[in-house]
Design a protein around this ligand. Structure first.
Ligand code: KIV
Ligand code: ZN
Length: 518
């Protein structure tokens, strides 16, 4: 089956830039235009030349630099607007003027024109534009709220006056898919000369239907979709380029249409537009959102590891994303943890995996996302060589003067014991409490804290090195609570010290340790 070609008309630099707060600098506009041209956009609407000197300069320079795309400028139905627009696109290899006027009753009331007066204005301005440039697009703004008979009448006038593309804007995002398809279909069937020109669809997203309405218009016979990167645009935005392009690609079985877009370039331009416009992309945005190819739940991750098609209808590589992401979180299962460990080059046996998984779940309950470094910290936190000493509970109260009080509960050789100690800060108080319950002479040679991941819920990895009578033992622990990680690392080092000292035949004495002078 041969597929029909649908032209992609990008208006990120005009309708997109028009959205409050999305203004781009001259250089940023040039950069985005170059990326659009390079990705295969058929027509770039580069700006509204009469709007400002800056817009005029941007459209002119984009026109001059364009390689493949048609460069289009917007103009109201006024001769001076159209002249300025023609001047701006003049240097493009393929220039287009896009002129428009609001044709619905609400919009006709603004310039206070009767239907006849407006019809005459349309005839005159489209004729004028066509005398300047061969490629003319005309739009009846608010077409979806324009009376049917009047819409047919003005579309016919514009075609006769020389418009080569008729764009049907759903300016306020009011239409719905079936209506969108019908409108284009009926216009093509009704208006004389309609089969000689291209019909375009231009949808806004006020009811969240812009993509569906655009695709429905294509089914009705439109062969140009107007859209923006990331759906940037007035109010709720315009149809998102990445959505319509990928919908046509993925569902070519029921929508047999091709675009000329190199879809692998989608992600890069999406990021650039987000960055230069200052409009971040929502995490769950279709195609380009951070989570569009991310799977956290255990069932989904397990499925993805077995066959990516279980939960993905397109390959991330096709839109320029390196790969699927399986972020580890509290919903992740053992299969994903094992896969992550393998990816990090850590081979573990079943028993060790079981142990790491228990602590991983415990950590994931306290953290939104468990990062690679968190996993590595969990791995290095295994294998205390004895469990003479175990942390049961720790409560620390800190004061503003640096004084802290630790209430510690430990199990020592199976017996539950508690102690309360004051110290110079929470770690000092905690270590003193440990010493009170397990007196020893070990010297603290090293105490080091690293935040292994970003954010206030980051895991801290604490490393402790102890030395006693020439015997050295280290402990390491990771926790979102630095003091808890410190206590666990200290206790682990003491446990190892006990085992090592037993091996060299010495006992543990009861002298104070002097960890504060490290
Ligand atoms: O939404 C709209 O109607 C427009 C026109 C200028 C085409 O952007
Ligand atoms: Zn618009």
């Amino acid at each position: 089956m041969t597929k029909d070609r649908v032209l992609i008309f990008d208006t990120t630099l005009r309708d997109g830039e028009q959205s409050p707060g999305a203004t781009m600098t001259h250089d940023e506009k040039l950069e985005i235009a170059e990326l659009l041209d390079d990705m295969g956009v058929d027509i770039i609407e580069a700006g509204f030349p009469i709007a400002s000197e800056g817009d005029f300069r941007a459209v002119s320079e984009i026109a001059e630099r364009s390689k493949n795309s048609v460069i289009c400028g917007l103009a109201r139905a006024q001769f001076n607007d159209i002249d300025r627009c023609a001047e701006a696109v003049r240097k493009a290899a393929k220039p287009r003027i896009h002129t428009f006027i609001g044709t619905s009753p609400l919009h006709r009331a603004i310039p206070n024109l009767t239907q006849d007066e407006m019809a005459e204005r349309i005839h005159d301005t489209v004729t004028h534009a066509r005398n300047l440039v061969d490629n003319i697009q005309w739009s009846p703004m608010d077409a979806t709220r324009t009376e049917w008979d009047y819409l047919c009448r003005v579309v016919e006038i514009a075609i006769k006056a020389g418009a080569t593309t008729i764009n049907i804007p759903d300016t306020v995002g009011y239409t719905a898919p079936r209506e969108s398809a019908d409108l284009i279909k009926r216009l093509i069937e009704t208006v004389p000369g309609a089969d000689e020109i291209v019909f375009a669809t231009h949808c806004h997203n006020d009811l969240g239907m812009a993509t569906a309405n655009s695709l429905a218009a294509v089914e009705g016979g439109a062969r140009q979709i107007e859209c923006t990167i990331n759906g940037l645009g007035e109010r709720a935005g315009n149809t998102a380029l990445e959505e319509v392009v990928m919908a046509l690609k993925v569902r070519g079985d029921i929508m047999p249409f091709d675009t000329g877009i190199d879809t692998k370039k989608i992600m890069h331009i999406s990021r650039r537009v987000a960055s230069v416009s200052g409009f971040a992309v929502q995490f769950n945005k279709a195609i380009v959102g951070k989570n569009a190819f991310a799977h956290e739940s255990g069932i989904h991750q397990d499925g993805m590891l077995k066959n990516a098609e279980t939960f993905e209808i397109m390959r991330p590589e096709d839109v320029g994303i390196a790969g699927t992401s399986l972020p580890l979180g509290k919903h992740s299962g053992r299969a994903a943890l094992r896969a992550k460990l393998k990816e990090l080059g850590v081979e573990v046996g079943d028993n060790q995996l079981k142990d790491i998984f228990v602590r991983f779940k415990d950590l994931a309950d306290r953290k939104k996302e468990v990062f690679d470094d968190d996993v590595l910290a969990l791995v290095s936190d295994t294998g205390a060589e004895s469990d003479h000493l175990q942390l049961v509970n720790l409560k620390v109260v800190c004061g503003t003067g640096g004084q802290a009080e630790a209430e510690l509960e430990m199990e020592i050789n199976g017996e539950d014991v508690t102690a309360t100690s004051k110290g110079d800060g929470p770690v000092d108080a905690t270590f003193k409490a440990v010493r009170e319950l397990h007196p020893n002479t070990a010297r603290l040679q090293l105490y080091q804290v690293n935040a292994v991941t970003a954010g206030t819920d980051a895991q801290a990895t604490v490393s402790v090195r102890l030395e006693e009578d020439g015997v050295i033992a280290t402990g390491q622990s990771a926790d979102t609570d630095t003091v808890v990680a410190s206590a666990k690392a200290y206790i682990q080092a003491l446990n190892r010290l006990i085992v090592r000292r037993e091996k060299v035949g010495t006992g543990v004495d009861t002298r104070e340790i002097s960890y504060k002078d490290v």
